[in-house]
Design a protein. Structure first.
Lengths: 187, 780
């Protein structure tokens, strides 16, 4: 039993997309441009050459927020979407009927139709490929060149993520919706 | 790059299609699919093998996971100080290179017009015999002038193995990437401060990256060392680049300058430092040679920021500010050396000026500056290096002031095309190198390759160069071979080794096995030609007997031992190294004691007191032992003794035309990764960056096809209108737009810079100038 979450030192992100590459290989995601569990959000820069705003060019690495109060879970008519014992929002491919309610319900645009598993899929914190084998990292965290991600257990006060969140300021995306997301963007 | 369409919106109307769509799957997808069905654990029998990545030149350490004989995943290997526990997007995509269905699988011999793409499958022995017969005929016709056969190679640890064949063969012509890449930077820094060194970006407080785009053109450990601490944690970054890169996005200041004017910028920085006397006077007094001459030259030439503003377009005030802030942070301040030069004809002088400016702050051989580090020596391997009396010297030796052992590639090619070669060049051995894509003016390269009687290419993929070859020898990928062990010197030195992860697929072989097979087949046959024409050899045979003389010319000797045996020998001075290199892929003395996990992401390799920041004891590896301001020895060869600006360096860009620049992004290496399915799923093609206002005026929208043409050729590419580039500049990423129809995904995908780049070379090393081409565009 754990409550897994991720803190992101997102200002270190250089938009290299190693995380996306590692995720695809780790999880056997179809190599198609519309298939991805994680991504780096990029805003088009503000200003006119040569007067551009450096601050406007931020990179937001993102993926499923593993909300404690996940709208996608609430709307799922077949209970295909569920919380596992570690608080990770998971999908049971046997029960998914591709109704896509979850895609519409998710405020983070985290879900997509996966043509391999025939599931409305998304990030599962590498629960089946890594956590099930006793590993304590996700593929995206392990590979990141600038070490943006800290993955760990919020219920363990000594875990690095708990320590970091107790010391540093952070923000959560669309927290006002009451979703209780478990991705923490360090400021 | 473009704004992503929300997947929710994308979904509308597409659901039926996605369910029905039957997609081709790659082996790893199939395996993942099978695994998902079988069980969730799948750990039994999972092997973990230490390897070194070869998706680009960095050689980062990785662990490969093998399940049922299939490589399923590559993970970062935390033991290697150079790669610091990470794999970039390309490193993660290595599995796709191994299982690329388009790989070269069998030896092939051309079976049709050159360039027709028609080949017949042959056995290895047939291929070797064909090469031996052709070479014997050529050498017989050329009276054993071994230099009529040229050798070229791409960068990589096994280049060394191929070079052993070149050495035994006895040609004068070796050509590699240096003159297409960083020859001027390496020598500019080496001749000025005694080495290219490594920038200590962990400890530098102020860094100028000019043209070096480390957020996208990843170099380890520089990329990780610097971007982990740029924003909000102390280190200041100034990015100088004509376009707004991902590196610029992480900077404190971005300075766009006119393409090709970097030298004027550096000279003006130097002017401010000297004129305001804010340089490190103690370091200059003890460690500079001829400083007075340089000082007088800079001041009397009037290289003021106001002067530079007119040339570079950079406001004088910015130049003052950068020079002053740099010196206030010195010696923990670095003008970053850069790679993937050469940009323009003054590149050697630009790199000299950078090194001199950096050194004015004292940031040489000290923590936070440019360090030279320590090396962990390996034991060399003796290979025969016979002397052939009829082998003539290099033809390209006068194409530039200093043409080194790796030649001036473009100079060499053009001499042959222009008929300026003093003797014929008949054949080319090519290892892991794609001149059709990596050398400017691909039309000329094609003509050159067609002109040769024999082109033998060793590679993994059917590149554009492979398609213009006569014999193709399929090499296995890096995951299928053990390569020469390599020592990586630096502040935190280590030895690393690429271990074989799986057996080679199809009939592919490691280059050492190819060399062993080839030399076994052709060594005696070629010696017979030498015997016929070489009077020295004839005399020696008379004296010592043929068997004894042949011993010195026996090409097979260099490849007697297996790579594993050679590696064991190379590290024999380090107890426990063999085991560590096989299990961990990495070794350095006291690794067991020093290596520590600090937290979930970071490791410590050496304690602070053991890091090799300062190693020179005040004596740099230059002729005077000091920073060389003035290099008089090159003047007779037409190279200025001190960096100076010449009006001819300014180029006018005619109205409506653009200065073309090229570069990289992080999801793509060069043509070598152009067919990688995973990487193409991240970025499907390259785009031409064109200023948004210019594009609007010309009616060009995102994704529109445009034709880009120069004096030497044209290419077609999709447009990306953006304000991240100026109105007179056009950019796209190198390596796309391959012609080879055997590359299913890369064929005709995007624009090819080799088609449009003019083949201009600079005067120091005959290196290619990549940013001198003027192009025009037209909407297709």
């Amino acid at each position: 039993m754990a409550r897994f979450a991720m803190a992101l030192d997102y200002k270190n992100c250089i938009n290299c997309r190693a995380c996306e590459s590692a995720c695809k290989q780790e999880n056997g995601i179809l190599l198609d441009k519309d298939h991805y569990r994680i991504w780096v959000g990029v805003k088009e820069i503000e200003g006119e050459f040569p007067n551009l705003s450096i601050a406007s060019q931020a990179y937001y690495p993102s993926q499923c927020q593993h909300c404690d109060n996940a709208p996608c879970q609430q709307v799922c008519p077949t209970n295909a979407t569920y919380y596992d014992q570690n608080g990770v929002v998971r999908i049971n491919p046997e029960q998914c009927i591709l109704c896509t309610y979850c895609i519409n319900a998710c405020p983070y645009d985290a879900r997509y139709v996966d043509n391999r598993t025939i599931t409305v899929d998304k990030c599962n914190f590498c629960a089946d490929t890594r956590l099930a084998n006793g590993e304590t990292t996700t593929a995206c965290q392990a590979t990141c060149p600038t070490k943006v991600r800290i993955f760990g257990d919020l219920d363990d006060p000594n875990s690095e993520i708990s320590q970091v969140l107790s010391k540093r300021e952070y923000k959560q995306i669309k927290a006002g919706l009451g979703t209780k997301p478990k991705l923490f963007y360090l400021i | 790059m473009k704004v992503e369409v929300s997947r929710r919106r994308f979904l509308q109307g597409s659901i039926a299609l996605t369910i029905a769509g039957g997609y081709a799957m790659s082996p790893s997808e199939i395996l993942a699919s099978a695994k998902a069905k079988a069980s969730e654990s799948g750990q039994a029998g999972r092997k973990k093998i230490a390897t070194l990545c070869e998706m680009c030149v960095n050689k980062c350490a990785a662990f490969a996971y093998v399940e049922d004989g299939v490589v399923t995943k590559l993970d970062p290997n935390p033991y290697f100080p150079k790669s610091r526990n990470m794999l970039c997007p390309r490193g993660n995509a290595g599995v796709q290179a191994l299982y690329d269905p388009d790989r070269l699988k069998y030896p092939l011999i051309r079976d049709g017009e050159k360039g027709s793409g028609k080949f017949k499958r042959v056995s290895w022995d047939e291929a070797y015999k064909y090469i031996g017969d052709k070479l014997a005929q050529i050498l017989d016709e050329e009276h054993d002038n071994r230099s009529t056969v040229a050798f070229c190679a791409g960068e990589g640890v096994a280049e060394h193995t191929f070079k052993n064949f070149f050495t035994g063969f006895g040609s004068s012509h070796f050509l590699n990437h240096a003159s297409l890449c960083l020859a001027t930077t390496v020598s500019g820094y080496a001749l000025t401060i005694g080495g290219y060194g490594s920038a200590d970006l962990v400890n530098a407080d102020y860094v100028i990256m000019a043209g070096a785009n480390r957020a996208e053109a990843i170099v380890t450990p520089d990329t990780m060392d610097f971007f982990k601490r740029t924003i909000g944690r102390g280190a200041k970054l100034i990015t100088v680049d004509p376009r707004f890169t991902n590196t610029a996005a992480k900077s404190d200041k971005w300075i766009p300058l006119k393409v090709g004017t970097d030298l004027a910028f550096v000279l003006a920085l130097t002017y401010v430092a000297i004129n305001e006397e804010i340089y490190n006077k103690q370091f200059v007094a003890t460690s500079f040679n001829n400083f007075e001459a340089y000082k007088n030259h800079i001041l009397s030439s009037g290289y003021t920021p106001e002067w530079a503003q007119k040339i570079t377009g950079i406001p004088a005030q910015d130049i003052y500010e950068v020079a002053r802030t740099f010196m206030s942070h010195a010696p923990r301040a670095i003008y970053y050396q850069g790679r993937r030069t050469t940009w323009s004809k003054n590149d050697f002088q630009l790199r000299r000026a950078q090194a001199l400016f950096s050194a004015l702050g004292g940031g040489v051989d000290v923590k936070g500056g440019i360090c030279f580090g320590k090396n962990l020596p390996l034991i060399g391997h003796d290979v025969p290096s016979p002397i052939y009396d009829n082998a003539k010297s290099r033809i390209d030796k006068n194409e530039a002031a200093v043409v080194g052992g790796s030649g001036s590639w473009v100079g060499f090619r053009n001499m042959i095309l222009e008929g300026r070669n003093p003797y014929p060049i008949r054949a080319l051995f090519n290892y892991k190198h794609n001149p059709m894509s990596n050398m400017p003016n691909s039309r000329k390269t094609a003509e050159f390759l067609k002109k040769l009687d024999l082109v033998v290419t060793i590679d993994t993929m059917p590149s554009d160069t492979v398609m213009l070859s006569d014999v193709i020898l399929p090499e296995c990928t890096y995951l299928e071979r053990t390569d020469p062990v390599k020592s990586f010197g630096g502040i935190e030195p280590a030895i690393a080794q690429r271990n074989k992860v799986v057996e080679p697929l199809f009939e592919t072989k490691a280059v050492i096995d190819i060399m062993r097979g080839l030399t076994k087949n052709i060594s005696k046959q070629l010696f017979a030609v030498t015997k016929k024409y070489d009077t020295e050899v004839q005399d020696a045979i008379e004296k010592d007997g043929e068997e004894s003389v042949y011993g010195d010319f026996d090409l097979t000797k260099a490849f007697y031992e297996s790579q594993e045996e050679l590696n064991h020998h190379a590290v024999a001075n380090y107890p426990d190294a063999v085991q560590a290199l096989e299990e961990k892929g990495v070794y350095y003395p006291d690794m067991d004691k020093y290596f520590k996990k600090l937290n979930v992401n970071n490791y410590e390799y050496y304690p602070e007191s053991k890091k090799a920041y300062s190693v020179k004891n005040g004596k740099l590896a230059t002729p005077s032992g000091k920073v060389e301001c003035k290099i008089d020895s090159l003047v007779s060869k037409g190279i200025d003794a001190m960096p100076l600006w010449k009006d001819e360096y300014l180029k006018e860009i005619p109205d409506g035309k653009f200065n073309f620049i090229t570069g990289r992004h992080a999801q793509f290496t060069q043509s070598g990764s152009s067919n990688n399915k995973l990487l193409l799923s991240l970025v499907p093609t390259n785009y031409a960056w064109i200023n948004k206002r210019v594009a609007t005026k010309r009616g060009i929208k995102f994704g529109d096809l445009i034709e880009v043409s120069s004096k030497v050729g044209k290419t077609t590419i999709r447009a990306y209108p953006t304000e991240k580039i100026g109105q007179d500049t056009l950019f796209f990423v190198h390596g796309f737009g391959n012609a080879s129809s055997d590359l299913t995904l890369a064929h005709d995908n995007g624009g090819n810079d080799a088609n449009i780049l003019e083949d201009i070379i600079e005067p120091m090393h005959g290196a290619t100038c990549l940013h001198e081409t003027i192009v025009e565009i037209r909407k297709v």
